[in-house]
Design a protein around this ligand. Sequence first.
Ligand SMILES: Nc1ncnc2c1ncn2[C@@H]1O[C@H](COP(=O)(O)OP(=O)(O)OP(=O)(O)O)[C@@H](O)[C@H]1O
Length: 293
Amino acid sequence: MIQIDLKKSLQGANGAMQLDLNLEIAEGQFVTLYGPSGAGKTSTLRMIAGLMQPDSGKLSVGGAVWFDAESGTNRSVQKRGVGYVFQDYALFPHMTVLENLNFAKAKGASQTLVNQLLELMELGDLQHRKPETLSGGQKQRVALARAVVQKPEILLLDEPLSALDAGIRHKLQGYLKRIHEEFKLTTILISHDVGEIVKLSDYVYHLEAGKVIAHGKPETLFTGQSISGKFKFTGEVLKLEQEEILSVLSILIHTQVVKVVVSHEEAEKLQPGDQVLVVSKAFNPLVYKLENG
Ligand SMILES: Nc1ncnc2c1ncn2[C@@H]1O[C@H](COP(=O)(O)OP(=O)(O)OP(=O)(O)O)[C@@H](O)[C@H]1O
């Protein structure tokens, strides 16, 4: 369990802004911080990593106190057991992929873990290459593997996929999901991509101006209702066609266009470009508009 109860005065775009957070994250959960630019998402991760000192409050991880303003406890960055992945890959340029992983490997961690990650992230063929010879997506796979090989207690992901184009981003989301299923690391992701959030996270905190303004399971938070269904996909509305009795939606789901029949009433709430969640309950899928998409 991570218990975060922290305050920090920040220099917001319109003057002073108080970051004031009080949340609990269960071990092994995949949680996303969502919200507009300047809401305090990166500052939150930096305080957890020990890169920014809170003004007051307490942070404990798995029962150990990492920060406590009252008792003056402030565990150093090196001793916090955090894997941090940013948008830029920050790999060591003079080391090969394998050397980057071996260098980061936790003390006492077996070579088996490195091999397991090379396999899981499909980096085997690239292991003797230097970062400058890799694509952005490949570099980010190495950066993810390098964060995990440290055996962190918490994996912090600050918009790790936002510099990549849609196709590669989609693929990397699959790798992130695999990593989480395999290692069950408590993970905190920052993302603006609603589809990505729905696909990956167990729980979402929506931050604005330093405060949590809403939280919940992604489907509930982005649709305003609780949904169950046999399958769920996120997609983008491309086209709406009004037929006599019903409307037909063309929805782009990853690289496929799927046609879904909805009532005129439902179609009226939608327009091309909207992000939607497509859920199949019985036979015909149901479509829910994703808020803030
Ligand atoms: N060390 C600091 N001291 C004071 N203010 C800071 C500090 N670091 C960041 N800020 C300010 O705090 C505010 C929140 O920044 P932060 O990077 O946490 O937001 P964010 O939600 O991650 O935004 P984005 O999505 O653009 O990355 C910004 O206005 C920023 O200028």
